[in-house]
Design a protein around this ligand. Structure first.
Ligand code: NDP
Length: 299
């Protein structure tokens, strides 16, 4: 599963989805209801369209209902809020995901905070964010949750380890810090104003890159035997071919690190698996069913 140096997110995520399917079938039998995930896509952003297509496919594969809403780029904030409100009150919908980024004329925070916290499978609602930082049970943002599952497979307790995260977004960097802190790591969050970034990274036992700059992290930024989690997804052209690369220079860092996630096939597929995991979790409570111990999903 975690073979040699490559952390195979594709394989790990497919195993998680298989287990979600089994738990989902049990839940359907007990409750007589099927978990439903509503995805709202606004506009024509090509990357967003690909993500939504993947999410929809994987949702159906685990036996959940997928409800898609595609809105014009010009949709008003009010109309979008109305749709979210409708989904909040729809008992066939257990999870709501509004695909980001939203067009500039729409206030993303307002829209995200209008999602019912118990249906907030992206974990972006202020209530879920607050719970995460307070160490309470909450819906956790999918990408950092996926990263933390990968790290847990290598080391469940990070006592005495230094984790460095490059990036402080609400979607990745900040929730990642909360999760690594909960695993007892000593956490440093870096960003565009951080001085001597390479030196800070060089001290990391666990290095998480979530920047959006292709292959920014080079081997001389990496401590020997570090675990590298590369969140970045960057589309670049190389040798006249369009390819995906991470925020870490994979070839350059491979020798020096202990483990590394590839791009593609590392963090990306874990994000979708965690979206489905969050949908399963929130379905138990909405169907008034006691959630079983789900740790086996993550083992
Ligand atoms: P954001 O643009 O929201 O955040 C980027 C962060 O990187 C910011 O905190 C920014 O600092 C920091 N940063 C930018 N330039 C530098 C620099 N030169 N040195 C240090 N820090 C810098 O991006 P996201 O967090 O949303 O995404 C990050 C990457 O992860 C992207 O490549 C994105 O495509 C990918 N991603 C992948 C997902 C997956 O499923 N695998 C899901 C989500 C994102 P500041 O705050 O100071 O501006």
């Amino acid at each position: 599963m975690v073979d040699n140096k490559v952390i195979d997110g594709k394989l790990i995520s497919s195993e998680i989805r298989e287990k979600i399917k089994i738990f989902g079938e049990e839940l359907k039998k007990k409750s007589g209801k099927t978990p439903g995930l509503a995805v709202v896509l606004v506009g024509e952003n090509p990357a967003s369209k690909v993500y939504v297509k993947n999410k929809t496919e994987k949702t159906k594969e685990v036996g959940f209902n997928s409800i898609e809403h595609k809105l014009e780029e010009s949709v008003s904030e009010n109309e979008l809020l109305k749709l979210v409100n409708k989904l909040n009150n729809d008992e066939n919908v257990q999870g709501i995901l509004v695909q980001l980024p939203l067009p500039k004329h729409i206030n993303s925070e307002k829209v995200l905070d209008s999602i019912k916290p118990e249906k907030d499978v992206d974990g972006f609602h202020a209530q879920n964010v607050g719970k995460l930082w307070s160490g309470l049970n909450s819906l956790v943002p999918c990408t950092p949750l996926g990263c933390s599952i990968l790290v847990k497979k290598l080391a469940s307790d990070l006592s005495g380890k230094h984790a460095v995260i490059i990036g402080r977004s609400n979607i990745v960097g900040k929730p990642m810090a909360a999760l690594l802190l909960s695993m007892n790591a000593t956490v440093t969050i870096c960003h565009s104003r951080t001085k001597s970034l390479a030196d800070v990274c060089k001290d990391a036992d666990i290095l998480v890159a979530a920047v959006g700059i292709p292959e920014m992290v080079k081997s001389d930024w990496v401590k020997k035997d570090a675990i590298i989690i590369d969140v970045g997804i960057n589309r670049i052209e190389r040798n006249e071919k369009k390819i995906l690369v991470g925020d870490v220079d994979y070839q350059d860092c491979f020798e020096k690190c202990k483990m590394i996630t590839p791009v593609p096939g590392g963090v990306g597929p874990m994000t979708i698996a965690c979206l489905l995991l969050n949908t399963l979790l929130t379905s138990y409570s909405q169907f008034n069913q006691e959630a079983p111990d789900l740790t086996s999903i993550l083992e």
